[in-house]
Design a binder for this molecule. Sequence first.
Ligand code: NAP
Length: 307
Amino acid sequence: MAPIRIALVGVGKIARDQHLPAIAGNDDFVLTATVSRQDPQLNVPHFSTLDALLASGLQVDAVALCTPPQVRYDAAMAALDKGLHVFLEKPPGATLAEVDALRGHASKAGVTLFASWHSRYAAGVERARDWLANRQIDKVTIIWREDVRVWHPGQAWIWEPGGLGVFDPGINALSIATHILPRPFFLTDATLTLPENRAAPIAADMSFVDTAGVPISMDLDWRQTGPQSWDIIVETDAGTLSLAKGGAVLTLPDATHVDEDREYPGLYARFAELVQGGTSDVDTRPLQLVADAFLRGHRKATEAFHD
Ligand code: NAP
């Protein structure tokens, strides 16, 4: 099969750090164009808007949308309308309803829509899911604490409505939890802490329960200096499972497993599989849980945040 000619839209941090190397390392894809307000000089045709690319006549099969979520819907719709396959960075959109509309549109157009969740491809995640499938789960604790100044310096969009604030990393934890835990779970209480000069939370304390009554707590904080925590701890009848470093390091009662980082190579392998199989993969459960936190959570103000 000929390689999928893909255009990268939004050449920011994640596009440079992960998408470009993952595309270069996968023979099923060939980088065919970039769309960015400034020319990233990658030796492929460059366009300053997606509309300019779509009008250019350049043959492209797919786009990877690495822009902020607030501007993703319009780009995705325009690409689907032209019959292109679409890879959405996480979160798949700024609202659930728009993602649903995209799903319907992709289905009608007969093209692939992939709502990617990179953390699900972290090295320990599949093994954790398999191990938990046969256990009685008693309690789940999620601790996701990082320093926003280190990981999101100057990203104004992340603090705007639809940018999700601390849920931008927190949704990665929820993408893992919804994948490895055997039953659906839902929010029972939340407190969102918002800096007085920002529209999105800098911290959140959340309580969930699953359909068998298992409590799940989640502690998100963007003010963490020193060691960073991206941990999920699951207490079971057979001992404690721990996923650390965002899912990369799995510790079971009898061993620790650390494998190669395969997140973005795994995502592109999955996208190729979907395109070749003529199917889509759009799971909105992580975004639904975040939306529920905004719907049901208490809000608390805290001191102003400056980059
Ligand atoms: P970023 O560094 O701010 O890059 C976003 C890019 O989108 C910008 O460089 C810009 O590219 C383009 N863009 C188009 N319209 C824009 C607008 N209205 N405002 C701002 N930028 C606009 O952000 P990022 O960290 O790469 O994140 C992009 C997406 O990837 C987010 O959904 C994020 O959750 C996800 N993600 C990020 C990470 C990470 O570690 N940073 C990890 C996984 C997933 P041009 O200037 O080239 O037009």
